[in-house]
Design a protein around this ligand. Structure first.
Ligand code: DAH
Length: 342
């Protein structure tokens, strides 16, 4: 029995040294010390020993068990330390490696121009409104004094969404005048309505089937053409500098009377004529006018009591002037190399 115990101890120690991980270690523990283990099997035969031998062998068996348990513990700690070290190595972070550069975007020139314009008008007490891009012909045309048969309503210019021409993609932001008057009802009304508009135009350096306008409307008692001129001059001077020169030119729009267009003197040639202004000396910026009495009436506002002015700015055109962009397509192509310049 003594030899048996010594053999078990020697074999156990050797096997434990070899164990590569904790599960192997556990399997060994069961194999040696478990209920059906080798040591246990030897102990079960103790009964057959003589009375003198039994305490001696018992003591020896206990010491073998203690040695094996101590060895098990030690190996368990070694393996845990090894595992921790491996894990730390695997998870090691080199804090000296330079971080990945996140490239920061910035505002699109159109947004810059829009924000600037909004700020100017908010400063003058205007309220910003938004409205539908899919619009009723009634709002886009009829209520704006543009009757059936008017050339502006032609199918060749407008994206109609219904056979009966009752629904369309708005061709201008002017229907927002009607929506504002119907919604607010009681002047004073001072609104600015930026948004997308759509026309059946081929894409070229100055045209796009989708572009942006900013509509403005002011209604109150005693509003005159002088208010229109003062407001729009303020806009141009804020955008293009105090020394900008503007001129108002007579024009026709169905929903304003009188109507005009505002030109700004070319900032390149100061009126002499150059390629930027196509030799004109002046650059057209927006359409405007005094709100037609019929339009006020349609919206339930008494034209005998109230008057007002309206204007429509082409936002692309304004951004192109502001940043000296020569081709409209650049604005929509989102080429990073182009956009980075602003
Ligand atoms: N809606 C016009 C257009 O698209 C621009 C315009 C002209 C708007 C005169 C106005 C205005 O509010 O009074 O050409």
């Amino acid at each position: 029995m003594k030899e048996q115990l010594e053999r078990i101890k020697a074999q156990a120690m050797a096997a434990l040294e070899q164990a590569a991980d904790t599960s192997e270690l556990e399997a060994l523990r069961v194999k040696i010390l478990g209920k059906k283990g080798e040591l246990t099997a030897v102990l079960k035969t103790m009964g057959k020993l003589s009375a003198e031998e039994r305490p001696v062998m018992g003591q020896m068996a206990n010491s073998v068990r203690a040695s094996i348990e101590a060895c098990l513990d030690q190996r368990r700690q070694e393996l845990a330390a090894l595992a921790l070290q491996a894990k730390l190595e695997a998870e090691a972070v080199d804090v000296t490696i330079p971080g990945e550069q996140v490239s920061l975007g910035h505002r699109h020139p159109m947004n810059i121009a829009l924000e600037e314009t909004k700020e100017i008008f908010i400063g003058m007490g205007f309220q910003i409104l938004e409205g539908p891009e899919v619009e009723l012909a009634e709002y886009n045309f009829t209520k704006l004094n543009t009757e059936e048969g008017h050339p502006a309503r032609d199918w060749s210019d407008t994206f109609y969404l219904k056979e009966d021409s009752s629904v369309l993609l708005r061709t201008q932001t002017s229907p927002m005048q009607i929506r504002a008057m119907e919604a607010i009802q009681h002047p004073p009304i001072r609104i600015l309505a930026p948004g997308r508009v759509f026309r059946k135009d081929e894409v070229d350096a100055t045209h796009s089937p989708m572009f942006h306008q900013i509509e403005g409307l002011v209604i109150d008692k005693g509003i005159t053409m002088a208010d229109l001129k003062g407001t729009l001059e303020t806009l141009v001077k804020s955008l293009y500098g105090e020394d900008s020169v503007v001129r108002f030119r007579p024009h026709h729009f169905p929903f304003t009377e009188p109507s005009c267009e505002l030109d700004v003197q070319c900032f390149k040639c100061h009126g002499a004529g150059c390629p930027t202004c196509k030799g004109e000396g002046w650059i057209e910026l927006l359409g405007a006018g005094m709100v037609h009495p019929k339009v006020l009436e349609v919206c339930g506002i008494d034209p005998e009591v109230y008057s007002g002015f309206a204007f429509g700015i082409g936002l692309e055109r304004m951004a192109m002037r502001r940043f000296q962009i020569s081709d409209l397509r650049l604005i929509f192509e989102n080429d990073i190399r182009f956009l980075r310049q602003f």
